[in-house]
Design a protein around this ligand. Sequence first.
Ligand code: MLT
Length: 401
Amino acid sequence: MAQINENYLKLPGSYLFSTIAKKVAEFQEKNPEREVIKMGIGDVTRPLVPAVIEAMHKAVDEMGTAEGFRGYGPEQGYDFLRNKIVENDYKGLGIEPDEIFVSDGAKSDCGNIGDIFGTDNKVAVCDPVYPVYVDTNAMAGRAGDFINEKWSDLYYMPCTAENGFMPEIPKEKVDMIYLCFPNNPTGETLTKEQLKLWVDYARENESVILFDSAYEAFITEQDVPHSIYEIDGAKEVAIEFRSFSKTAGFTGTRCAYTVVPKDLKVNGTSLNQLWNRRQCTKFNGVPYIIQRAAEAVYTEEGRKQIKENIDYYLENAKIIRESLEKAGLEVYGGINSPYVWAKTPNGINSWDFFDKLLTEAGVVTTPGSGFGPSGEGYIRFTAFSTRENTEKAMEKIAGIL
Ligand code: MLT
């Protein structure tokens, strides 16, 4: 008889954003006349920029010619894109093209990276946390059992207003550490000095840091690192995930990359080689057309156009911050991030406040507790809506608070 992976049975309910989508669909079915503004999942609304579209069209045309047609591409990504990434995103940081693995998304890479790690590793996560890190470790059997809203074998690092949303360096030895900065969901950041403490810890304890840098394009303040490799010694202890999704509007187009430095070894084994082996076996690369589109992000025009979109979202974040503050909420994030994290008023729990905002104001958010127990009492807004919807949503919320 076939056996299933029993770890899946331990997972609670459905994936956070699927649960929210289901709730919203039910609400809309029951209230078809009500307008609903989505500020839940971090999905972009601005169209792909002209430089990207132009490159994509050109690549489509190439694919229709005998000379330009491409079949399977390299599993790690085409050199033209890997070179551009290194020259632009890692200028002066000593990262080499064969340390870049182009993929179909940071979400998939953050989940799949677990394939190359042993099941006995102790895993540390921030709390609240992007649920993919937790759920994929639970699927792999590294998380133990889900008891009282927590996984028994994970090491949770609470990040709340009380500690300035800074995870505390673990008091025990942990093997894999997931860090996401600028943070999803809190929108808060670490300084270089603070990130250095993690690199030092990882070096001392032979741990590996899985650094999710998907939101680096939203950094506006000095001294906030865009890459963990800005910290000396990080190449020996860290893998970094980056994405074109939020940076360049590729959520529907799918393109991201993961950096696995050749200096990174676990017990003498190169993780770069293991990840390469994994990708060659399980992945056939990102379509040529999409990689050409991603390459255009690094042209002068592309950069300029993308910056306009990022600025647009950051302005939305400012509007959200200011409106919520005016309505009397305690607000965090949104300065170096498209996420604004707010304390719910009068101690209402996260899901109740989510329901209130949906049913009374018609605004979809993400309940903080969906990101982990320390997210209870918070709610997350994304700045990825249109300006018009952002302003409308804030007016509606002000009207019910
Ligand atoms: C989020 O809303 O947290 C993210 O958009 C989800 C994702 O990137 O997968």
